[in-house]
Design a protein around this ligand. Structure first.
Ligand code: ZN
Length: 480
């Protein structure tokens, strides 16, 4: 198919044009009227709901409870933690007028909720028996965005933010890593994104955190996407908001807090990890429609295939498959096939008069080289769950191979610049902030993470030649 109105610019020609055209044409999203805002359309919102379901279940299974805190936060709250306010100031939207009057104290539209939740934690925690306090909130946040990209960087986005308070560092660190594990699992097992969990360097840390952990995925243009982060805050927010408890020994102690978030950015990750020149490729666990049935034929025959398609969809749904019948008879079968390729449905079933007569249906997978396959109508509900499971595994395998093929261990600056032009470099770094900044200025690459499972190793910094910090190699790459 050429690049007509329905198609998208090929990835190798212009990856970001491919992305921008695709999110619109696949009807995931539209631009909002205020700068940098997005309207999430039903197909995109369903994808988000499926991510939410998977994540929310895991959050609750590990003992956390959902709550909801106000959108508007008094300005003075943010000022109580110096690093936090400094980090967020440039992105804040501030309400100065309300009810026709200037407010005595401006209100911040939340960019994140550490401060307001910290204030409440201080009220709710008094004894060691109140700990740990394990909260999560599903919400929208606002961070003013000058260079918006749909799902990746928007002025308003949706997310969950976990906020917990603990008696000591050990318990808070266990929590920080638990949240990172949840994210790793959702990314890998649900979104089929083989993320690398690791720690951020000091320069990439969250504003106000003592340690920041991340999961990093590789997109099909070789860039990294930070898909979820988990922070250990030490006592920073406990000091700022007086989150204290009386220990068993009767001493007044400061809590140790954590926060962690995953957002609608994850949808951008799914698009850029699996999509191709024909459009989206959705992992079955996140596909709004896992199987799309396209009945073919006109007049009486069309009525018969449509009825058979609806009957089949009913049986597939009963077997736990999200099935959809596309009986837009005014559109040619070819148009409808292309449309579902663009929108990334994992499996398409074509049902024409000939198939109906022989009691079969033609199955076409969104990816894979087996071509179309005739399967019996009667056993489709038993067959399809396995087909979808294999497709899910295939996507994870393919993305893992791609990531590994574009990750290179390098020692010299020349091979470093070559590696980060098309993927990730595993290198030694001195750990100095100025050296990190130099690398960023020269090749636009940043330290994505110090991988948790990296082998202990030492060497010389790839740029300045000083002794390496961290005790292992660091992943550098260009990032979204
Ligand atoms: Zn260096």
């Amino acid at each position: 198919m050429g690049r007509d109105e329905r198609g998208v610019t090929p990835q190798h020609e212009d990856f970001s044009a491919w992305y921008n055209e695709l999110v619109a044409k696949a009807q995931l999203v539209d631009r909002g009227p205020a700068k940098g805002t997005m309207v999430i359309r039903p197909y995109g919102y369903r994808l988000w709901e499926l991510i939410q379901d998977e994540l929310d279940r895991r959050i609750k299974d590990t003992g956390h409870e959902n709550a909801y805190f106000p959108l508007l936060i008094p300005e003075s709250y943010l000022q109580r933690e110096a690093d936090h306010v400094e980090g967020f100031s440039p992105e804040l939207a501030v309400v100065t007028h309300a009810g026709g009057k200037e407010l005595e104290e401006p209100l911040i539209v939340r960019p994140t909720s550490e401060t307001i939740i910290g204030e409440m934690m201080a009220k709710w925690v008094s004894s060691h028996r109140d700990l740990p306090l394990l909260l999560n909130q599903w919400a929208n946040v606002v961070r003013w965005e000058l260079r918006p990209r749909m799902f990746l960087r928007t002025t308003e986005f949706l997310w969950q933010e976990g906020h917990t308070a603990h008696a000591d560092e050990a318990d808070a660190m266990r929590e920080t890593m638990l949240a990172l594990d949840l994210y790793t699992e959702v990314a890998r097992d649900v979104a089929a994104i083989p993320v690398v969990p690791g720690e951020k360097t000091a320069g990439e840390r969250f504003a106000g955190a003592v340690r920041t952990f991340t999961i990093e995925g590789m997109m099909r243009d070789g860039k990294a996407l930070q898909a979820g982060t988990s922070h250990y805050m030490g006592n920073n927010f406990a000091k700022a908001f007086d989150i204290q408890y009386t220990s068993e020994a009767g001493q007044l102690e400061l809590c140790h807090t954590t926060s962690w978030g995953m957002s609608t950015r994850m949808i951008g990750g799914v698009i850029m990890t699996h999509g191709d020149d024909k459009g989206l490729v959705l992992p079955p666990r996140l596909a709004p429609y896992q199987v799309v049935i396209v009945p073919i034929g006109r007049g009486v025959q069309g009525a018969q295939t449509s009825a058979a398609a609806r009957e089949l969809a009913g049986r597939l749904k009963a077997a736990g498959v999200r099935a959809h019948v596309d009986d837009r008879a005014q559109l040619s079968p070819g148009f409808r096939f292309h449309d579902w390729e663009l929108r990334g449905a994992p499996v398409r079933l074509e049902l024409g008069p000939r198939e109906l007569e022989s009691g079969t249906v033609m199955m076409a997978k969104r990816l894979g080289d087996e071509g179309k396959q005739n399967i019996p109508l009667s056993s489709a509900p038993e067959l399809l769950p396995g087909v979808l499971e294999n497709f899910q595994a295939f996507l994870l395998h393919r993305a893992t191979e791609f990531r590994d093929a574009h990750t290179v261990r390098v020692e010299s600056w020349d091979s470093f610049t070559e590696a980060v032009a098309s993927g990730w470099a595993l290198v030694f770094h001195c750990g100095k902030a100025a050296c990190e900044a130099d690398i960023k200025a020269k090749v636009a690459a940043t330290p994505r993470c110090i991988p948790l499972d990296g082998a202990p190793e030492t060497g010389r910094c790839v740029l300045c030649g000083d002794a390496s910090d961290y005790g292992k190699r660091v992943i550098f790459g260009r990032a979204y």
